[in-house]
Unconditional design. Structure first.
Lengths: 577, 389
């Protein structure tokens, strides 16, 4: 009975550490929890988080993919992306989901419900994904799960490239895990190190998985955190993170330089692998195994490190642990003890061999060209490094409405052949303030060649109230998503890569201008009106003509009148004389 | 004798409980964007840590942060915000929930939050779900002036807007008592227009006075906290050490030292029923802590057996619910109903997606164009020929 339960609703977690060139370290955390779909429908949650489950049920969402990303993956020196890029998103926040609905309108209203609910759960401004940021990709995304009836499923996709990813997003992410960051590999996740990483991405994927031919389905939730840490940077203490120069005695100097002296030094490059341990790198110790993981099978080996066989790895723990070696000794996995701290120590070591990292199937870079406030052009350079194989891929752009591309200027050139690499185009033009541009291209690159894609665009002028408070910073344009379709991939999730986001400077007015105009016109009005008003209602008399008044008020006025009358009569009398 | 005594005690307790609150909420708002306004976010986060320490849970704190300081590339201390140059306390910490952030911090959203005029999709964590027994601490900080407070350097909230929002809250029975605290230049003008009852208001500086920052951290590179907030925190952190503290708001207001704050903090008592004396006797914990008083409905009219009867009734309800649930479980397979549902579902209509665009190939369109042109020329020629006749 117990066995059956653990097979239908189980929990799995794994951490893979892989040192990368330039003293970087890739840490891939993976957490999976399953729930049978019957118990999910009855709201009987075991490992699947209730908070997220109820949102999915409320919004009729059958499959969900949510990404929080920061930084840039340096493909040239780090090689292929973890999970083939399928578990990463564009800079900021990216969300796509298959929503069940009878019509497009219903799907969109459920999508808005979903984004609003998720914004409350993950402390992110996901509610800003409105109609202008939502697209319906045609070729770029395929469902990862098994859906019985896909005719009523609607794929919606939205990105927020400007969204900041910080500790408040990690807090709810950890709360979704059954061990809540208190035990197991998730106890290493610390916002102070995660958001200091050169590149990091957090992902949440929910999908139904059905047995082939069987009617019983499970709902699988996968959470991953991938980050590339700079080892030297991460080793700095948290209270003193600012790098200070070392005393000259501790620096290895290049003595072959002619200027090398007691006080001048050209520091030598360190060829040895740096020393590090988990506690130092992640800022906190690992608190032993999460007791919910499988005890016996493969799933119990939760920490793996991918280093050459000659690299020394010491284990520091007081509890019992098991070490196993896989893949020609290049992967060492550890079964963690429960309840006690666990640490891996790698001393500084001069290495003779290095691991060969697989090359990425494509390199992609995108930039904005042109100058001025009116128009510009986008150029994407995609390179196929393979010497033998052609690559076919889908290129997806989701542009904001205020960036208006001209499709007739779309050009794709290959460095090796004159042919047109574009096989298929899907396009939906933008409507001002209602929706953005959606451009999807299926292209292929022959081996060892470069594809250059360019198109021109116009910049819109926004209304005064549409500018954000920091308009002078520029506007973020979401990264382009590239999905490889020809490549042999066993995983259903596919192979993806994304370009970096772009910063689009728009013509920005001087926001104090309306106040200046109001103040200036008010001054002119006041001057003009005041003069005319004075001319109309006042009588101008010489200073000597004004008679001194007695006491003010009504009495004074009457007195003055009487005086004037008296003066007139008396004056006449005087003239008569 | 004993019977009257028995009746008297609940009566006394009821009269004591009357006028007390049953929940505590905090709305903590920073209104400044940009790195050089680090201190305003540090102010708000300091208050967030304090109210959290004194027991208000995250679900009852609405935190508004207009910019990201912790993960800002300019921050030499990633993931942290400090409010003191000694950097003893990391305000951002490991467990923080920001409800409104970035561009969401606007005057409209703030007023909608206070008056609960939100769309139906608004998640609960972003709403102020208070009632007429909720005490609310409203703390605001930013750049302001005479009767206004700037939001993100782009828009302003005026003292009149704020006063009207509070009045609407009072009309909707959304608060029991409010402590309004504001740290900005000419802060006391912001509460001068309030006209709703049960509000105790305090601000950092008088009209035509600036509020100043306390000190800067050279490694952070900017000022880290404002003076008024610093001395409020000084009192709250050193004197109010546990939730049982009996210190009063009067003690807090008396701790303000104008020499140290460099401006004249003000307090407005007149909206509070009972005036200055009652307002000053309110406990600090009534606003900064989370005290949950249980109120017994009806007081004296209840007898000894009533609660037992109620318990029995609840048990009957539970049994009934359990029975109906079990019945529904046994009757779960409903193929007929499901079939009917399947019959209803039809292929959803799709029209919103992108359309396929095909490049023009071949001469067909060019031919059509050329024919049309030639036709026009022909008609023109025919017309001129007919005119000649």
């Amino acid at each position: 009975m117990r066995r059956l339960q653990s097979s239908t609703s189980d929990y799995y977690e794994r951490l893979l550490l892989r040192p990368l060139p330039q003293s970087s370290l890739l840490a891939s955390f993976n957490f999976r929890s399953n729930e049978s779909s019957t118990s999910f429908e009855q709201q009987n949650f075991r490992y699947f988080p209730r908070s997220l489950g109820q949102i999915l049920q409320h919004a009729h969402t059958k499959e969900l993919h949510l990404r929080f990303s920061l930084g840039r993956w340096d493909a040239a020196s780090w090689g292929q992306r973890p999970w083939d890029g399928a578990r990463e998103g564009g800079t900021g926040v990216e969300l796509w989901a298959w929503v069940e609905a009878q019509s497009e309108e219903e799907a969109f209203s459920r999508w808005l419900t979903l984004t609003n609910a998720l914004s409350g759960l993950f402390c992110a401004s996901l509610n800003f994904i409105d109609a202008t940021k939502t697209i319906r990709p045609v070729m770029s995304f395929q469902p990862e799960g098994d859906h019985h009836d896909s005719s009523n499923l609607h794929l919606l996709h939205g990105t927020l490239p400007h969204e900041v990813v910080c500790t408040e997003n990690l807090t709810p992410f950890l709360k979704l895990l059954p061990c809540k960051g208190k035990a197991g590999i998730s106890s290493l996740l610390d916002g102070h190190k995660l958001f200091d990483a050169t590149w990091q991405t957090m992902s949440i994927d929910v999908r139904p998985i059905c047995e082939i031919g069987g009617s019983e389905c499970i709902l699988e939730m996968e959470q991953t955190v991938d980050m590339v840490l700079d080892v030297d940077r991460s080793k700095r203490p948290r209270d003193n993170p600012i790098p200070r120069p070392l005393p000259i005695e501790e620096i290895a100097c290049d003595t072959s330089k002619h200027y090398n002296a007691e006080d001048t030094c050209y520091p030598l490059d360190k060829s040895a692998e740096p020393s590090w341990n988990l506690t130092e790198i992640f800022g906190r110790p690992m608190k032993g195994a999460c007791p919910l993981t499988d005890e016996e099978s493969e799933g119990s080996k939760t920490v793996c490190i991918n280093v050459p066989p000659e690299r020394t790895v010491q284990v520091n723990t007081t509890g019992p642990y098991v070490e196993t070696k896989q893949a020609d000794d290049t992967v060492r996995c550890y079964k963690l003890p429960t309840g006690v701290d666990f640490d891996l120590l790698l001393p500084e070591q001069q290495m003779n061999t290095a691991l060969v990292f697989p090359q990425p199937p494509l390199f992609a870079a995108r930039s904005i060209n042109g100058h001025g406030q009116e128009r510009g052009s986008v150029q994407a350079v995609i390179r196929n490094p393979s010497l033998t194989e052609a690559v076919e891929f889908v290129y997806l752009e989701s542009l904001p409405w205020f960036m208006k591309p001209y499709l007739h200027t779309l050009r794709a050139r290959l460095s090796t052949s004159p042919g047109n690499p574009i096989k298929e185009t899907y396009y939906r033009p933008a409507v001002d303030r209602h929706r953005g541009t959606h451009l999807e291209l299926r292209m292929s690159i022959p081996p060892d060649s470069t594809l250059t894609l360019t198109y021109d665009f116009d910049k819109a002028i926004l209304r005064y109230t549409e500018y954000p408070p920091d308009a002078n910073r520029g506007f973020d344009v979401a990264p382009a998503v590239i999905r490889l379709i020809s490549h042999h991939s066993s995983a259903k999730s596919g192979i993806y890569l994304r370009t970096t986001s772009l910063l689009l400077p728009l013509p920005t007015p001087d926001f104090s201008m309306p106040y200046n105009v109001i103040i200036l016109t008010s001054t002119v009005m006041a001057l003009g009106f005041g003069n005319i008003f004075n001319l109309l209602v006042r009588r101008f008399v010489g200073a000597d003509e004004v008679q001194t008044m007695g006491a003010g008020g009504l009495k004074g006025v009457i007195k003055g009148k009487i005086e004037r009358l008296k003066a007139r009569f008396l004056g006449k009398g005087k003239k008569d004389q | 004798m004993s019977l009257t005594f028995r009746l008297l005690i609940p009566l006394l307790l009821a009269s004591f409980a009357w006028g007390e609150h049953t929940s505590n909420w905090a709305v903590l708002v920073s209104t400044s964007r940009f790195w050089f306004n680090y201190r305003h976010l540090a102010n708000v986060l300091s208050l967030y840590r304090t109210v959290k320490r004194l027991g208000i849970p995250d679900s009852q704190i609405i935190l508004m942060l207009p910019d990201d300081m912790a993960c800002n590339p300019r921050n030499a201390f990633p993931g942290t915000v400090y409010n003191n140059a000694d950097r003893a306390l990391d305000l951002y910490g490991d467990n923080i929930e920001v409800d409104y952030r970035g561009y969401e911090v606007t005057v409209e959203n703030f007023i909608r939050l206070m008056t609960d005029r939100v769309s139906e999709d608004m998640p609960r964590s972003k709403r102020l779900l208070t009632d007429d027994r909720s005490n609310i601490l409203v703390y605001m900080t930013g750049h302001g002036g005479n009767e206004f407070l700037k939001f993100q350097d782009a828009e302003e909230i005026s003292a009149f807007d704020l006063a009207d929002a509070f009045e609407q809250m009072w009309e909707k029975k959304r608060y029991h008592e409010i402590l309004f605290m504001i740290d900005t230049c000419q802060a006391n003008t912001m509460y001068s227009k309030f006209y709703s009852p049960n509000i105790l208001a305090t601000g950092s500086s008088e009209i035509d006075q600036s509020s100043y920052s306390h000190h800067a951290d050279n490694d952070v590179g900017v000022a880290v906290i404002d003076r008024y907030t610093y001395y409020n925190l000084d009192f709250l952190e050193t004197q109010v050490r546990e939730p049982t503290s009996k210190l009063t708001m009067g003690d807090l207001f008396d701790s303000y030292d104008e020499e140290k704050i460099h401006s004249h903090p003000g307090v407005r008592y007149d909206l509070f029923p009972g005036g200055e004396a009652v307002a000053r006797s309110r406990l600090v914990m009534d606003f900064f802590g989370n005290v949950q008083n249980v109120e017994v409905e009806g007081g004296i009219s209840r007898n000894e057996t009533a609660w037992q009867e109620e318990l029995a009734a609840i048990e009957r309800m539970i049994n009934e619910a359990r029975r109906s649930h079990n019945e529904s479980l046994t009757a779960r397979p409903q193929p007929a109903a499901e079939e009917a549902k399947i019959g209803e579902t039809k292929q959803a209509i799709r029209k919103e997606g992108a359309m396929r665009v095909d490049g023009e190939s071949g001469w067909s369109k060019q031919l059509v164009g050329a024919t049309a042109l030639l036709g026009c020329v022909g008609i023109w020629a025919a017309g001129s020929w007919l005119e000649k006749l």
